[in-house]
Ligand binder design. Structure first.
Ligand SMILES: Nc1ncnc2c1ncn2[C@@H]1O[C@H](COP(=O)(O)OP(=O)(O)O)[C@@H](O)[C@H]1O
Ligand SMILES: [Mg+2]
Length: 322
């Protein structure tokens, strides 16, 4: 009990040292036991796709395909054709029938990445998949049954998109039956050493060159940085370090990319008060997002509404009296 945890999902190790990631692991296990839709929310690079894949691999249908579709940066008609298929002649250039991902996946999983970017007409068709388990290919006049499980991911709070009218509310409710929130890396600094060890091993093997390990002050620099690109950014930095230090050489602070070192708040001397402020700010933001009202957020934190307002003012958060 306690200590670094790395759970192996098939070939993909999943690092979860902190309590917040242990909770995500627990949600993965629970989601894997059913086939309800899952909505994974988290900033870019936090591991959403890894979570989706883990749910699929831990589930009873892990032998069926896990298929990924990014719903952003693709035209509406192409996305529609990718997901639902098309018949020959459905549009110029459609020279043969093509099955969509939902049919291809069979009993498997369709992972819809960046779901918030889905054009509204395609959202309507997704709703039909969720409500009636059927798809209609482009150019087809009959529907086909599909059974694939849907896991969606978003780096924007989908509920806000929905209440703001940019995403169908009914589709949001269907997708969000089992929500999982993957916390940003800066909220789980204790995962960083475990992730570094994991990526060091991986890239040392892949590049066929071992470093001499990492110096504490280099580790400290990596733990202090805010990682806006989250685990993916950390992964890239470790890859770069493995390639840039000599064989057997220890990784020193000076090896760490300057951009990361210089972003450190006050070097390695961030005052306790400021650390606590950062923690408080993140926590309050989180509760305000999860709770329906400020009063509910205050209650969930065990403080009065007035005390919450006072904290928000001190931390420079806007307080619109409601
Ligand atoms: N908890 C974790 N343990 C190990 N590797 C991780 C973890 N979280 C993320 N990664 C790795 O970080 C990279 C980014 O993760 P990804 O799932 O693509 O993020 P997202 O889909 O949220 O942008 C991938 O290479 C992934 O394998
Ligand atoms: Mg991704």
């Amino acid at each position: 009990p306690g200590g670094p945890t790395t759970v192996r999902f098939d070939e993909q190790p999943f690092v979860a040292t902190t309590a917040s990631m242990a909770a995500v692991l627990g949600q993965i296990e629970r989601a894997a036991r059913s086939t309800v839709p899952v909505l994974i929310e988290g900033e870019t690079g936090t591991g959403k796709e890894l979570v989706a894949c883990a749910i699929h691999q831990r589930g009873p249908r892990h032998d069926a395909p896990f298929l990924v579709q990014n719903c952003a940066a693709i035209s509406e008609s192409l996305l529609e054709s990718e997901l639902f298929g098309h018949l020959r002649g459905a549009f110029t250039g459609a020279d043969r029938d093509r099955r969509g991902l939902f049919e291809e996946a069979g009993d498997g999983t369709v992972f819809l990445d960046e779901i918030a970017e889905t054009p509204l007409p395609v959202q309507a068709k997704l709703l039909r998949v969720l409500q009636h388990e059927e798809v209609k290919a482009l150019g087809a006049d009959r529907v086909r049954r599909v059974r694939a499980r849907i896991i969606a991911a978003t780096n924007r709070p989908l509920e806000l998109e929905a209440t703001g009218g940019r995403f169908r509310l009914d589709l949001f409710y269907r997708l969000a039956v089992f929500p999982i929130r993957v916390p940003p890396l800066r909220h789980r600094a204790a995962d960083i050493p475990t992730l570094i060890a994991h990526f060091l091993r991986r890239f040392e093997v892949r590049e066929g060159r071992a470093t001499g390990g990492i110096e504490p002050e280099a580790l400290r620099a990596l733990q202090t940085y805010a990682w806006p690109g989250n685990v993916r950014e950390l992964e890239n930095e470790i890859h770069r370090l493995v390639l840039s230090v000599g064989a057997g050489e220890r990784i020193h602070r000076r090896h760490v990319a300057r951009r990361l070192r210089e972003a450190e708040p006050d070097g390695i001397e961030e005052p306790l008060e400021r650390i606590l402020d950062r923690v408080e700010l993140a926590l309050i933001r989180d509760r305000l997002q999860r709770q329906p009202t400020k009063s509910a957020a205050a209650r969930s934190l065990g403080i009065t509404r007035e005390a919450l307002y006072a904290k928000m003012r001190r931390l420079g958060m806007a307080t619109r009296e409601e």
